[in-house]
Structure formats: C-alpha cells, structure tokens
Design a protein around this ligand. Structure first.
Ligand code: XMP
Length: 322
C-alpha cells in the first residue's frame, strides 16, 4: 500500500485544497450516487460540506443514531446542517449497536463490533436501498497511523489493513481528508464556512461513548457516562484544553452514603493538552476545578462514589481509555 502524502497544516492552502477535492469527488462519483454519515465531528462535517459542494443532490447524508452519542447530540447536529442547507436523515440503530456490543469486554473486539454494525449492517443496507456506489468518509492521517501501528484499530480504516471495502461491504470508500491531520481539517472546515462550533469542536471518537466505558457496554452504563460527560464538558469548556472526557470504570469500589456502605461506581476524568493527538499531556487543572467536578459527579450521577483525575501522559497512555 502506497504511503499517504501528508499535507501539514502550515503548508495547507485550504481554498486550493477545497477546489481540488471537490473536483476529485465529482470526477469519481460522476453521475452516480454517494452517501455519507455525519456525526457532527469536524472530520465528518468537513467531508459532508465538501461532498455537498461537489455533488449537491447526488449526495445523501445520514446521521446514524447508535445510542452512544452525547446528550442531545443527534438533534443538535441535524438542526445545524439543516440550517446550512444540507438535508440529513436520521437512522435509528440503537438496538443494533447495543446488541452487537453485548457481552464484549475487549477494547479491540468492541471496535470491531462497532465497525461491522456500522459498515456492514447499517450502511450495507442503506447502500442497497439507495443504490449508492460510494461512501464518503472523513478518515484522517492520524487514524491510519495508529491503526497501522497496531495501537488502536480506528473504526474507519480498511485499505491500509488490506481490507477491500468493495469486497467486504459492497461499496467504494472515498476519503478526501486522508492527507491531513486534525489541525489541517480545522482550516479546511473554516474555509468551507462551517461555524466555529464545528471547526473548533473538540475531537470525539467514532465509537462515541462506548470508547469511554471500560468493560461491557450497556444502555445503563452509557447513560451514566453520558451524564458524567455533560458535567466534564460544562466544567472544562473554558479550560482551552485539546480534549476532555469522563470514563466509567469497570470495577466498583466501597463508598459510604448516609452512613451506609455503598459499593459504587468510579469515574475517571481526563483532560489533555495536545496539538495533533499524537502526544498529549494532562492539563494542570486547579484543585478548585477538580473539586467542583468531583462534587457534581457524586451528587448528580447516580451511584458514583469515586472520582479520579488522570495524570499520565500519552505515550504510554492513550487519550481514550478503550
Ligand atoms: P487515542 O486514544 O488513540 O486518541 O490516543 C487520539 C485521538 O483520536 C480519537 N480517537 C478516535 N477517533 N475513532 C475515532 O474517530 C476511534 O476509534 C478513535 N479512538 C480515538 C481520540 O478521541 C483522540 O482525539
């Protein structure tokens, strides 16, 4: 497999990049139909706008509701793109994802279950029903690096692993952002006229909140981590950090509530300083902020008796826990 030529953010001319990629997309899809999944993250939002520019009504954009998103995320993403003139159809697939994740505790198997459900089950069917021949997606260079290096199997990487999407799923995948890293994608997103809430948006992993639950993923655990995520995102919004998150641990620990033993849940908070997610350091948050986080977690998230803050850098840590 040929190595992908990187375009560094500092060397990137976003307008030229947009022109080149819209031409490329249009010449590959020709008079066919392409589909794409929008999650609201900067990568998939950028691909959606690029492809919308290139293909107009030959592009069908879907929001796959996998049940693993943050609070109110599906509605907010769809409403923003509707305002931008892009029609987005929501596909409810929560049960499919939770069924596929049942009983799985190994991180890589979890990613694989999500990959299969997303690309084979949900998208395979959408492709068949719509007659599309192409799937556009926002894979970036960091996804490929980490997958090829065997660090984490990013859910959206195939060809670099020797998997032919045409054979495996029955459609071709177009990846216009594959030469960029996150900082380059943000420049392109801004040039495309996407709002700041998108081009400055904090990264969020494809496997969504399932990457933030250690051990088996269930609807109940997702709900716990969803509440904890809201608290972390509210309290750290002004931190200026690259990314912050709440993680639900598998182990329970002994706590005490109203004089009684409470074998409760543990939430870990992570907050990262980073440029491109390849290396990262924990933010030096003030103890007042940590204290407020802990107070809110134990009072607002049912069952939480322990709150910890990660202080290990990447490497050897990774930013997500799964
Ligand atoms: P890690 O955990 O590998 O994360 O240090 C680096 C950056 O990538 C994001 N991430 C993912 N993004 N699919 C994604 O789309 C994934 O499977 C995935 N895993 C990690 C992570 O949030 C961080 O910004």
């Amino acid at each position: 497999m040929a190595k992908v030529g990187e375009i560094r953010a500092g060397e990137l001319n976003a307008q030229e990049f947009i022109e080149e990629k819209t031409k490329e997309i249009a010449s590959v899809v020709r008079d066919g139909l392409a589909i794409n999944a929008l999650s609201g993250g900067v990568d998939s939002s950028t691909v959606t706008m690029l492809a919308h520019k290139a293909l107009g009504s030959q592009l069908k954009t879907y929001f796959i509701n996998n049940g693993l998103m943050r609070e109110d995320e599906p509605e907010a993403v769809i409403s923003l793109f509707t305002q931008l003139g892009v029609e987005v159809k929501m596909i409810n697939a929560q049960d499919k994802f939770f069924n596929a994740l049942k009983g799985i505790t190994d991180p890589e198997q979890k990613r694989e279950a999500i990959t299969q459900t997303f690309y084979k089950d949900v998208f395979g069917r959408l492709v068949q029903e719509s007659g599309a021949k192409f799937l556009l997606q926002g894979t970036i260079l960091t996804d490929i690096d980490e997958t090829v290096a065997g660090i984490k199997r990013q859910h959206n990487v195939f060809e670099q692993l020797g998997i032919d999407p045409q054979e495996a799923f029955g459609y071709r995948i177009i990846e216009p952002l594959v030469q960029l890293r996150k900082d380059g994608v943000r420049k392109v997103a801004e040039s495309l006229g996407l709002p700041q809430s998108v081009f400055r948006r904090m990264p969020f992993p494809g496997p969504a909140l399932s990457a933030r639950v250690i051990g088996e993923v269930t609807p109940e655990k997702i709900q716990t981590v969803r509440l904890a995520t809201r608290i972390v995102e509210e309290e750290l919004a002004s931190s200026g950090a690259f990314q912050y998150m709440a993680i639900l641990h598998r182990d329970r620990v002994t706590g005490v509530r109203q004089g009684k033993r409470d074998f409760g849940l543990q939430i870990e908070v992570r907050c990262w300083e980073s440029i491109d997610a390849r290396v990262a350091h924990p933010s030096r948050l003030s103890f007042d902020i940590l204290d407020k986080l802990a107070q809110r977690m134990v009072t607002e998230v049912e069952g939480v008796v322990s709150v910890t803050y990660n202080i290990a850098p990447k490497p050897p840590s990774t930013m997500e826990v799964v």
